[in-house]
Design a protein around this ligand. Structure first.
Ligand code: FES
Length: 183
């Protein structure tokens, strides 16, 4: 695939790619082999697997007789597509105008620095992924982050730390390192 050098596919497990490649023929078979099928195919794949893996991009290219770069180029043009599997906790930072003006980029940097990944990526342990998104419709609360589908307004660096503290506690409870009354 002609996408070497592009930072895609980080952290995707071999068995995952294998499982995707087994299901792909059925999905591809739903579409005609015309170029106009490209976008609907990519949407369908993302709907099925939550992201576009390198193997999926390659398979789509072969199915439509295009190069991997062409498919990748189209997919990156529309920012609805992701190239990494989502994390257990999905962090979305609003980069709409109101949030941008109120420092959304600083909030994004805070998350990126805290997790050691860039937006569009997932941590190797699959706990967190970061994405930038367009206006989520709560401009009065700018800057806004959406964490696991919950809108958090008036974001500031101290709130980022507070969030991770909560996540760490949840993780420890999950792993049995902290006992709750219910457990
Ligand atoms: S610009 Fe961020 S919610 Fe509207």
């Amino acid at each position: 695939m002609e996408v070497s050098g592009q930072h895609i596919g980080h952290g995707i497990r071999e068995e995952e790619e294998q499982a995707i490649s087994e299901k792909l023929p059925e999905i591809l078979g739903e579409f005609s082999r015309e170029r106009s099928s490209l976008l609907p195919i990519l949407q369908r794949i993302q709907e099925a697997f939550k992201f576009l893996s390198p193997g999926a991009i390659k398979a789509v290219a072969e199915y439509l007789g295009l190069s991997g770069s062409e498919v990748y180029g189209v997919a990156t043009f529309y920012n609805q597509f992701r190239f990494h599997p989502p994390g257990r906790h999905e962090i979305k930072i609003c980069m709409g105008t109101a949030c941008h003006v109120k420092g959304g980029d600083v909030i994004l940097e805070n998350f990126e620095r805290r997790l050691g990944i860039k937006e569009g990526e997932t941590t190797p342990d699959r706990e967190y992924s970061i994405e930038r998104v367009a206006c989520v419709g709560c401009c009065a609360l700018a800057p806004v982050a959406v964490v696991d589908d919950k809108v958090i307004g008036y974001m500031q660096p101290s709130k980022v730390e507070g969030l991770f503290l909560q996540f760490e506690i949840q993780r420890k409870i999950r792993e049995g390192q902290i006992k709750t009354e219910a457990s």
